[in-house]
Design a protein around this ligand. Structure first.
Ligand code: 13P
Length: 189
């Protein structure tokens, strides 16, 4: 797939993430691994509802900027950890959807097998211990979980999902948020 097409696709998924209410203000970040091994990502401090293809930045696997006007997302260490540890992963989506982030803030993992489709799509969704966004504390908390899971709640922070392409990484985010709402109501009932 050409870089231009991926640029367009990331932009469309950013707009969708915003429309779905999975982020507020400048929350969240999205990246795709390019065929040459570099990574295209959203810039830091951008509203995902208004991001343009030309805003996206290309970095190498060490986090150095290769192309782009803007500064890369402050969360790229998290994305690069996932790409390093999981060679088959081609896209990472990070967002703060309200339902799943409430579970993360309450310290409750989404690890009950309540809905068969969720088990098939993402399996169990663990809770990583708190790490301040953009710091090694966060990547250290994620590292033991990344090999085994495709969706992780980050305590007092949000959710990260990843997959073999952008659509699958995004759809895991939708599944996690939908499941968080079902899990909440089922707990109430
Ligand atoms: P960036 O704007 O640097 O991508 O960070 C957003 C975010 O969600 C931090 O957790």
């Amino acid at each position: 797939m050409s870089e231009e097409k991926l640029r367009q696709d990331i932009t469309e998924i950013c707009h969708l993430v915003y429309r779905k209410g999975f982020v507020a203000a400048t929350d969240g970040n999205i990246s795709v691994r390019l065929p040459d091994g570099n990574v295209m990502c959203t810039p830091t401090r951008c509203n995902k509802g208004f991001v343009k293809p030309s805003d996206l930045v290309v970095i190498d696997m060490k986090g150095n900027k290769v192309r782009g006007e803007r500064k890369p997302s402050s969360e790229m260490a998290m994305h690069l950890l996932i790409y390093e540890m999981r060679p088959e992963i081609k896209s990472v989506v990070h967002a703060h959807p309200a339902g799943a982030t409430a579970f993360a803030a309450a310290g409750i993992p989404l690890n009950k097998a309540l809905i068969s489709e969720v088990v098939l799509a993402v399996g169990c969704i663990p809770l990583a211990q708190y790490g301040t966004p953009g710091t090694p504390e966060l990547t250290d908390a994620l590292e033991p979980l990344v090999p085994q899971y495709d969706a992780i709640l980050m305590k007092n922070h949000g959710v990260v999902t990843y997959g073999a392409d952008l659509a699958s990484a995004y759809m895991k985010m939708e599944t996690v948020e939908h499941f968080a709402r079902i899990a909440l109501v089922s707990r109430l009932l």
